[in-house]
Design a protein around this ligand. Structure first.
Ligand SMILES: Cc1ncc(COP(=O)(O)O)c(C=O)c1O
Length: 419
């Protein structure tokens, strides 16, 4: 989604003219600054009260202005999910990073290159990657810090903390003169599928217990295996209001800066905490449905909290953003590329919405929505006070690699095309 350039609202003398939400060309991704600040501050208080380091995940926002705010409010380092994010941060003086996705073999050369100029720690959950990393670091004669990913019950990836193999992997990291064993890391992604607060409490406590027990097992095996960092974090488990247990050293929440409809549905936030919305215009009213100009390219097609509300659609529409009121009897039923189809029941406040009427949509998944945008409009109330870039660069090295690979494998492709 390409936003209107900031230049378009500079006056002749170069002074910025006042601009309001109602002036924006839609669809437009809007951040409410007071809510953003409140969310950032609340998480920093949680980290400080529990005496754990705060290492926010920047994949949610990919925005340097927000990184600066998180640093101002106590972030000790940052979590990234791509090497491109790592490059943006290191290029702007943020050096203490964890790449919190298990490293793909093809990422190793770039990870090693970035780590040689920063304090980038990488994540592993297999011996294959540990061995490949060891070889790459030996070739480059550098030392790389490695975290081990642990499965605390989400069952997406990570080592099984009960299996002997998990200890073997840690031992192999420790045994390499080129790798440093920094610690263990988990993400309780299954917290997103919880049904109520007791369910979140169960997952939050499982996340911590699994990690504390595993850290103890490692230490009991050998003091060399003692993890310096024991890192946990998902927004739902961090928003659950219980103390973080001793033994956990770091938290890595991401979505807490914006929240979204999924977080609202599972009880991680209130509607008045939701800081990111997509401003959209009504394109047509067809009686039982209206069409808005926010489609899949503006909102993403994340299905949201379907485990709770199978027919929740693709987000919710605020009727009164300031008071957190959400339109009832109104369902964003379908998204095509640039259209959103909204069913408006008899009692929907949008039943009579006219062409050009603007709505603020709370997306199902703010991280995916934010990633579709090239910039944010930053609002205080109705006024636009700033625009911030979304740094969603891709890792260009891959393209260069592909080009050089295709040059060297011309004969291979000729062979393949023959068959
Ligand atoms: C490894 C890891 N750490 C931290 C996070 C942040 O989680 P959340 O956005 O729920 O705060 C994620 C999110 O996917 C993740 O995958």
């Amino acid at each position: 989604m390409v936003h209107q350039s900031t230049d378009t609202y500079m006056g002749d003398n170069g002074r910025q003219l006042s601009m309001y939400l109602s002036d924006l060309v839609t669809p437009a991704t809007v951040i409410d600054r007071p809510r953003l600040l409140r969310n950032i501050e609340r998480m920093s208080v949680k980290a400080a009260l529990n005496d754990v380091s705060l290492r926010p995940h920047i994949k949610t926002h990919k925005c340097l202005e927000i990184v600066h705010l998180q640093q101002k409010y106590g972030a000790k380092g940052f979590t990234v999910s791509t090497l491109a994010e790592a490059r943006v941060l290191t290029g702007n003086g943020f050096e203490d990073l964890i790449l919190a996705v298990p490293l793909a073999l093809g990422w190793i050369p770039t990870a090693v290159e970035i780590a040689s100029e920063s304090n980038l720690k990488v994540l592993v959950d297999s011996q294959d990657v540990v061995r490949a990393l060891h070889s790459a670091c030996r070739e480059n004669d550098i030392q790389l810090k490695v975290m081990m990913k642990v499965d605390c019950g989400y069952h997406r990836c990570g080592v099984d903390p009960e299996s002997p193999k998990s200890i073997d992997i840690a031992q192999e990291i420790v045994d390499s003169p080129y790798l440093g064993f920094e610690g263990i890391l988990t993400h309780a992604g299954h917290s997103y599928y919880t049904k109520d607060s007791s369910d979140i409490q169960r997952v939050a406590s499982q996340e911590q217990h699994v990690m504390i027990d595993f850290a103890r097992r490692l230490t009991n095996k050998s003091s060399d295996l003692t993890p310096e960092t024991v890192s946990i974090g998902s927004t739902p488990t961090m928003m659950y209001d219980a103390p973080i247990k001793e033994g956990i050293t770091e938290i890595r929440p991401g979505s807490y800066v914006f929240f979204d409809y999924h977080q609202l549905a599972i009880g991680s936030c209130k509607s008045r905490d939701c800081a990111l919305t997509v401003l959209s215009s009504v394109l047509g009213n067809y009686n039982t449905h209206i069409v808005v100009d926010a489609g899949a390219t503006a909102l993403s097609k994340d299905r949201g909290p379907v485990h709770l509300y199978p027919d929740c659609g693709y987000g919710r529409i605020f009727t009164d953003y300031n008071n957190g009121a959400i339109a009832q009897d109104t369902l964003i039923e379908g998204l095509s590329q640039e259209h959103g189809t909204v069913l408006v029941g008899n009692t929907s406040p949008l039943r009579k919405a006219q062409v050009g009427h603007k709505v603020r949509i709370l997306p199902n998944h703010s991280c995916l929505t934010a990633n579709l945008s090239d910039s944010y409009y930053v609002a205080e109330g109705e006024e636009i006070v700033d625009t911030w870039l979304v740094r969603s660069e891709r890792e260009l090295t891959n393209i260069n690699d592909r080009q050089s690979n295709s040059e060297t494998s011309d004969s291979d492709s000729a062979h393949l095309s023959d068959t």
